[in-house]
Design a protein around this ligand. Structure first.
Ligand SMILES: *Cc1c(COP(=O)(O)O)cnc(C)c1O
Length: 479
């Protein structure tokens, strides 16, 4: 006889269902098994009980539907453990950044140096002399921990530190031009991403934007013509994430500083990334150094802590003493300050710059950026076949050349020759690639690559732990 599944179960099926429901273990029985497995010890009794109840509800629903379900308390305790593990897993967890973008803003930018991590851990674990002068026993200033170091490394008279470079620009603009005008070239009205747009920052800083010049050409006379009694500041912005090429003209900082001095207003030079060393010595494209910007005379220079500098998120303001004093008494500074954990990491990171010869050994950002292509290609050669085995015959895996980027808006045009693995579906199907990317993201340590042109490319520049990469692959479930 043909039976429609939407009809009520036949008497015999109903009897089986009742029997199944009676056989579902009690919460107490499942909890006993979780205790034996050490699960309740790990996650606590309350969370374990809640999870066991959820598992039992799901099991009951399955039995009612007539589905086969393992009713053994050990198996249910196992499900409870998996539920707890998933709920406990942090969404802010380590990933393999194989995107080829070394300082990837969405993946946390710079990876910190060991000395920085150690210093941060100590600052987290113990009371520290954060605002306490150990010599006099009096109150100290948190900037004191890095002020001298920043001056030493940049040649500036004074320095301060805030939450990030966006905060540094906001604070500097607010200090010198709230209620007044800030002059900036039309070629430098940047958008950094994440809603950092220069005109909006200026509005929030309370100043009136006065645009001068054109997108591609701004002359000294344009700035001079804009200066008036309401001028509070001249702002120069390093166009970090784009470049205007061709028929262009910009006014260099040296000349702008002279114009600013004539007008008796400060020049703020926002470098964006900025770097404390000449990158050319590591075979990388040049980027203006902070020392050069200071030497060109800008009263205030701002730059980021977690871009090329390779430290934690932070923003630096260095420059002339009287201008820094004005910044330091701005009440906004208190709202933008950094905490002890980052301050400790910043101090340790900056100290590494005292020995540029060993920077590529000790600072992960510099080590990764300067990593020779041949070394990366060797990693690709070693990983190609284990990855091909893990992916099975549906995919073709081959070592390839690729191009890395610095990221975070630094050196947007220059690409760094790199190597990696190119994965494409054997039958050319596009959906397979998206599913593969999703499976790689679902790994215990998600693997993030770059898709495009019918392939998924894993740029191996940032991969340091090959063993961890391989053992992680063992968990791959292709959907
Ligand atoms: C990146 C950047 C900023 C913002 O710096 P954050 O440290 O990300 O806040 C500001 N100005 C320029 C020119 C930048 O490149």
């Amino acid at each position: 006889m043909f039976m429609n599944s939407s009809e009520p179960p036949a008497p015999r099926a109903r009897a089986e269902q009742m029997h199944g429901l009676r056989n579902i273990p009690s919460v107490a029985a499942v909890l006993e098994a979780t205790t034996r497995q050490g699960v309740s010890g790990l996650y606590g009794m309350r969370a374990t009980t809640d999870a066991a109840r959820t598992v039992l509800e799901v099991t009951r629903a399955a039995v009612v539907k007539g589905e086969n379900s393992d009713l053994d308390p050990e198996a249910l305790a196992d499900k409870t453990r998996r539920l707890l593990e998933t709920a406990d897993r942090s969404s802010l967890r380590p990933v393999f950044n194989l995107t080829g973008t070394v300082l990837h803003t969405n993946l946390g930018r710079a990876v910190l140096a060991e000395t920085a991590r150690t210093a941060a851990l100590a600052a987290m674990s113990e009371a520290v002399a954060l605002e306490f002068d150990l010599d006099s026993g009096r109150r100290g200033e948190r900037d004191d921990h890095v002020r001298a170091l920043l001056c030493e490394l940049t040649g500036a008279e004074d320095a301060t530190i805030v939450n990030n470079n966006a905060a540094a620009v906001l604070l500097a603009l607010n200090t010198f031009s709230a209620g007044r005008e800030a002059i900036v070239s039309r070629g430098e009205l940047i958008e950094i991403g994440g809603a950092f747009r220069m005109p909006d920052i200026m509005a929030r800083a309370g100043c009136k934007l006065v645009e001068v010049g054109t997108t591609n050409r701004t002359h000294a006379r344009d700035y001079r013509a804009a200066i008036g009694p309401e001028t509070g500041v001249i702002l120069k912005v390093h166009t970090s994430n784009y470049r205007i090429e061709g028929f262009t003209c910009e006014v260099e900082a040296v000349e702008l500083e002279a114009i600013a001095q004539e007008a008796r207003v400060p020049l703020i030079n926002d470098l964006g990334s900025g770097t404390l060393v000449d990158l050319a010595r590591y075979g990388l494209p040049r980027e203006p150094t902070v020392r050069e910007a200071v030497a060109q005379g800008a009263g205030v220079v701002t730059f980021s802590g977690d871009k090329l500098l390779g430290g934690p998120q932070s923003g630096f303001i260095v420059g002339k003493r009287d201008l820094l004093s004005a910044i330091n008494v701005n009440p906004l500074k208190r709202a933008l300050r950094v905490d002890k954990i980052r301050l400790a990491a910043i101090e340790a990171t900056l100290k590494l710059y005292r020995d540029p010869d060993r920077l590529t050994e000790r600072l992960p950002t510099m080590r990764t950026l300067a990593r020779p292509k041949a070394e990366i290609a060797a990693v690709a050669a070693r990983l190609a076949s284990p990855l091909a085995v893990a992916l099975g015959p549906v995919f073709v895996v081959e070592p390839c050349d690729c191009l890395s980027q610095v990221g975070s808006g630094a050196l947007p045009i220059e690409a760094i020759p790199s190597a990696g693995l190119r994965i494409h579906p054997a039958d050319g199907g596009g959906g397979a690639l998206q599913r593969l990317a999703a499976s790689l993201r679902a790994l215990p340590r998600p693997v993030i690559g770059r898709t495009g042109k019918g392939a998924l490319v894993l740029d191996l520049r940032c991969l340091t732990d090959e063993a961890a990469f391989l053992s992680n692959l063992g968990n791959l479930r292709l959907s």
